[in-house]
Write a protein that binds this ligand. Sequence first.
Ligand SMILES: NC(=O)c1ccc[n+]([C@@H]2O[C@H](COP(=O)([O-])OP(=O)(O)OC[C@H]3O[C@@H](n4cnc5c(N)ncnc54)[C@H](OP(=O)(O)O)[C@@H]3O)[C@@H](O)[C@H]2O)c1
Length: 261
Amino acid sequence: MLLAQRKALVTGSSRGIGRAIAIALAREGADVAVHYRRQRAEAEAVQREIEALGRQALILEAELESREAVEEMFDAVGDAWGRLDIFVANAAASAFKPILELKPHHLERTYRLLVENFVFSVQKAVPLMEGRPGRILTVSGHGVHFTLPRYGNIAAAKGAVETLTRYLAQELGPRQITVNAIAPGVIATDSEAFYMGEKLAAFNAACERATPLGRVGRPEDVADVAVFLASDWSRFITGQVIVVDGGLTLTSGPFAEVLGR
Ligand SMILES: NC(=O)c1ccc[n+]([C@@H]2O[C@H](COP(=O)([O-])OP(=O)(O)OC[C@H]3O[C@@H](n4cnc5c(N)ncnc54)[C@H](OP(=O)(O)O)[C@@H]3O)[C@@H](O)[C@H]2O)c1
């Protein structure tokens, strides 16, 4: 197993991509702290799946917009394990609106959750990684380098996370901690359904046509890359953004739609 004896914390692992990452890390031998905000029953289901794999699972509830809650979450990991090997900053949420319609609280909440909380979390995670190789993973997105409708708020925050990923890689390299981002394309989760609303089925069909690998992504597509980035196999990779999108961003405009592949 690639991650035997490792201790991991995955934020937002009650569902979606975070859930798949938590289970994939456990399958490779890691004990996993499953973080959730509201959905305790779903977090407990993930805990049961991890325990069925023979691993230990902690359940941690935290509103990541609260600095105190983040602090308590890492303190709970420290109390239970005394260390952390893998920290996956996956949780995200935002208001999807045109930039001209954004209110101060939309900006504040998105930046607090994605940027401030991430910096503060890393400040709490690094001491728990002291003296051993560590892995920090962030989750970026498709909309950072390409524009998506109503996506500017979260995209700008994710852009900051990508920049922090590079700066942290430089600062934490001497401690043998690597910091890398995964940039998923379109992955079938609750947040994709929320973003697309009633257009979900039509959007997925269009994505299948526009994606060289011919389908919408699954959370497991991202989770397997997270396992690689959390393992020794990626030991000389740091500060990188790994795109996991089936080739969606290789295509440009309506060429394939009109001319065929
Ligand atoms: N799905 C995609 O197509 C896609 C594409 C690119 C990037 N991504 C990124 O991948 C990551 C996971 O996305 P997903 O689609 O799996 O999302 P999701 O299904 O909406 O799950 C989001 C997770 O984050 C947690 N969360 C949200 N706001 C929080 C807060 N304020 N405090 C604590 N936890 C909070 C949620 O907890 P609760 O369940 O308690 O609300 C949930 O566990 C995100 O960073 C997202 O931006 C997704």
